[in-house]
Design a protein around this ligand. Structure first.
Ligand SMILES: Nc1ncnc2c1ncn2[C@@H]1O[C@H](COP(=O)(O)OP(=O)(O)OP(=O)(O)O)[C@@H](O)[C@H]1O
Ligand SMILES: [Mg+2]
Length: 250
């Protein structure tokens, strides 16, 4: 595989499984022997936490203070997986970049020379905040594919439609492959099943998964370990394994 693949995980709705998906996908790809950089564009800074690492102003230092990539990227102690961590200072970066009107180009340098620790990256996976803003716009502009987690218990279609509207407004020269990932699936509830059916209707051939509601994913977050480390035999690990396979097969 030659070219860098940039994957963005987005949904303007909160708590739909974006960070869980970004972190799990990034680790899953690294476990397939790819070199992966996870970039945390959300001021909540949870990518590092989910990997058991400290939150840091990495995104701020890289985008605003012009730190070198190698000084702000952290090893995750997992083969092939690095993280550019964020924290609440990412919000300040957003204010500065908004003032500069930079909706498209903030990560150009990273994409032009995607190397960390002298290793060439295969994938960059970007996690985004549940909000519209300059960082999300940049992530939507650069991504291909774009993965949109949609929680089946609540307004799943609306969340996806909102991101797609934002994407349209950016007028990309070539639109990305879009994949909807239904999350919090609970086949016992009628609402969950009917929301899943509606997603399939609205986005034929673009719906992955689904990922079932699984308490063990919450446990993983609390432990700072991914599902592949904490419960590799679980249904959640299998379901996310299928998402990883879907990405590498594209
Ligand atoms: N399939 C799932 N089943 C049960 N819990 C889940 C599932 N996916 C994620 N969670 C849990 O739900 C919460 C929200 O998930 P997550 O942080 O990934 O969502 P998010 O979209 O990134 O949220 P935000 O919009 O705040 O960034 C977390 O506590 C997470 O551990
Ligand atoms: Mg998140």
């Amino acid at each position: 595989m030659g070219n860098l693949v940039v994957i963005t995980v987005a949904n303007q709705k909160g708590g739909v499984g974006k960070t869980t998906t970004a972190v799990t996908l990034a680790h899953g790809l690294a476990r397939q022997n790819y070199n992966v950089l996870l970039v945390d564009l959300d001021p909540q800074g949870q990518c590092a936490s989910l990997l058991g690492l400290a939150q840091e102003p990495g995104v701020f230092n890289y985008l605003v203070s012009n730190s070198r990539l190698r000084d702000v990227v952290r090893s995750t102690e997992r083969e092939g997986l690095w993280v550019l961590p964020g924290n609440k200072r990412t919000e300040t970066a957003q204010v500065v970049l908004t003032a500069e009107g930079r909706r498209k180009d903030i990560l150009t340098q990273l994409f032009a020379s995607p190397v960390v620790d002298s290793v060439r990256l295969h994938y960059v996976v970007m996690d985004t905040a549940p909000a519209v803003g300059v960082l999300q716009a940049n992530a939507l502009y650069a991504a291909d594919p774009l993965i949109l987690p949609a929680a089946l218990d609540f307004l799943a279609l609306e969340g996806v439609a909102e991101v797609l509207n934002t994407l349209d407004a950016l007028q990309r020269p070539s639109p990305p492959v879009v994949r909807v990932l239904p999350t919090f699936y609970d086949e016992v509830t009628r609402e969950s099943k009917s929301n899943l059916a509606r997603l399939h209707e609205a986005f034929p051939n673009a719906v992955l998964g689904p990922i079932h509601r699984a308490t063990i994913l919450r446990e993983c977050a609390a432990l700072g370990r991914t599902i592949f480390e904490h419960a590799p035999e679980s249904r959640a690990a299998q379901e996310y394994g299928a998402v990883v396979a879907g990405v590498t097969d594209e």
